[in-house]
Each structure stands twice: as structure tokens, then as C-alpha cells.
Ligand binder design. Structure first.
Ligand code: 5GP
Length: 114
């Protein structure tokens, strides 16, 4: 997949967003259609389509996305409970084909998810 995704445009500052966190490997910003009081999207600063398409050389970027989640939980003071979701593929609800972690917090989350 070579199309420029919306998240690459956000990363390149071609599209505005509300940033929450940034480091050498990751960038995080508020979801434009929040599904919880806190709904942040964490993306790697490298184009990875999704978990299914990951290559071994992407492992550090993917791991850094999880580490960024820990930092965001501290920044937003929600380290007592948050949910991380990676939608992988259309059937799982992925609509943007650039790896992203949904960081959700601020309400109770039921299980199983929908
Ligand atoms: P997916 O369905 O691929 O797992 O999640 C894509 C997410 O990106 C959705 O929650 C959607 O609301 C969010 N999103 C799509 N376009 C934009 C955008 O231009 N800006 C922001 N901030 N979020 C977006």
C-alpha cells in the first residue's frame, strides 16, 4: 500500500491535530471522533500498515508505541486504567492503514469489546 494516509499527513503537519505526546519514535494526538473521555491515537514515526504487515525491522517502532502509552498514561494521570486497541484489517474495523494504537481512558470499558 503506497497511498499517503491521513496519519502521514498529520505527521508531516499537512493536517492539523491536537498533539498529546511526541518522542523520537512516536507521535500521539487526540482522535477527532473520541469514543471515550480520553481517546488518543499513538502512531510510529515510520510507515507501518498494521501488525499483519509488520517487518522485523519495525519491532522497535511498534514497541515504542506501547512505551509511549505508558508515558501518556502518566501525563494524563490515568495510569490506574486505560485500554489499548490496535484494529488490524478491515474486518477488525481498521479504517486508516497506518499503524495506530487507540489509547482509551476515562470511563469503564466492558469485555468482550464489540
Ligand atoms: P481505525 O478505525 O483505523 O482503527 O481508527 C482510525 C481512527 O482515526 C478513528 O478513530 C478516527 O476517528 C480517527 N481519525 C480519522 N481521521 C482523522 C483525522 O484526520 N484526525 C484525527 N485526529 N483523527 C482521525
Amino acid at each position: 500500500m503506497t497511498d499517503i494516509s491521513i496519519f502521514e499527513k498529520i505527521l508531516n503537519k499537512e493536517i492539523p491535530c491536537n498533539p498529546v505526546y511526541e518522542d523520537e519514535f512516536t507521535f500521539a494526538f487526540n482522535d477527532m471522533s473520541p469514543q471515550a473521555p480520553i481517546h488518543v491515537l499513538i502512531i510510529p514515526k515510520k510507515k507501518i500498515v498494521n501488525v499483519n504487515e509488520m517487518q522485523e525491522e519495525d519491532v522497535e517502532f511498534a514497541g515504542r508505541v506501547l512505551f509511549a502509552a505508558q508515558k501518556i498514561a502518566k501525563i494524563l494521570n490515568v495510569n490506574t486504567g486505560f485500554r489499548l486497541v490496535f484494529n488490524n484489517g478491515e474486518q477488525a474495523g481498521q479504517t486508516v492503514f497506518y499503524m495506530h494504537c487507540h489509547f482509551l481512558a476515562g470511563r469503564h470499558f466492558s469485555w468482550p469489546p464489540g
